[in-house]
Design a protein around this ligand. Structure first.
Ligand code: SF4
Length: 94
């Protein structure tokens, strides 16, 4: 079988079940911390962005729960946990 799907198409096959618990949050006052910019570079789902005010923002929908941002940025700037059971990512492509 040839692999004809690109990364975005593969990610689009996953299902994300939202919940009220935001399992990753940027700690208050840390939005401009330089360590957060690492997440912009390494998040495989592209969920971190830098605003015009040079603050890092996180959109949690579509999180792959890979933990890369936690390792790259550290827990000084991020609160990181898994979402409650039955919510979050459901992989559809292996
Ligand atoms: S856990 Fe992975 S997919 Fe989710 S925000 Fe962090 S780096 Fe991105």
């Amino acid at each position: 079988m040839t692999d004809t799907l690109g990364l975005k198409a593969k990610l689009g096959l996953n299902v994300f079940k939202p919940n009220e618990h935001r399992h990753i949050t940027i700690k208050p006052g840390r939005e401009k911390d330089p360590r957060l910019k690492r997440a912009v570079l390494v998040c495989p789902a592209g969920l971190y962005t830098v605003t015009q005010a040079d603050e890092v923002e996180l959109t949690i929908d579509g999180c792959l729960e890979c933990g890369t941002c936690r390792i790259a940025c550290g827990t000084d700037v991020l609160d990181w946990d898994y979402p409650p059971g039955g919510t979050g990512i459901q992989y559809r492509f292996g």
